[in-house]
Every structure is written in C-alpha cells, then in structure tokens.
Design a protein around this ligand. Structure first.
Ligand SMILES: [Zn+2]
Length: 59
C-alpha cells in the first residue's frame, strides 16, 4: 500500500480558501488560509480601480 493519496489530500487541504477580491474589477488580489470558503472585498493596486473608488467616496 502506498500513501500517495494521503499526501495529495493533505496538499489540497492546505489550499487557501479565503479570497480577497477587488470590488471594482473583481480581480483576485490575494488568498488567505481560512476555515472554509470566504470572500473579502478590497481594492487592487490598479489606478483605474483606485480612481473609481475615490469618485464613489465623493458622492
Ligand atoms: Zn481592481
């Protein structure tokens, strides 16, 4: 019996389930090691998104 399958499962289990998504362009900025799938909204470093966010805050 080989333990290859167990190693693979452990690797999958270590994936980051939390994702940080840009609220402007929906681009995945980063991932976080969280318990379960979680979505966080932030802004990426794109000038377009930063400018768009500034304008939204003015209103
Ligand atoms: Zn963006």
């Amino acid at each position: 019996m080989s333990n290859t399958n167990d190693v693979k499962l452990a690797a999958i289990h270590r994936y980051d389930l939390g994702v940080i998504i840009c609220k402007s362009c929906n681009e995945v900025i980063a991932t976080l090691p969280t318990n379960g799938y979680k979505k966080f909204y932030s802004l990426c470093c794109s000038i377009t998104c930063i400018e768009k966010n500034k304008e939204e805050n003015k209103r």
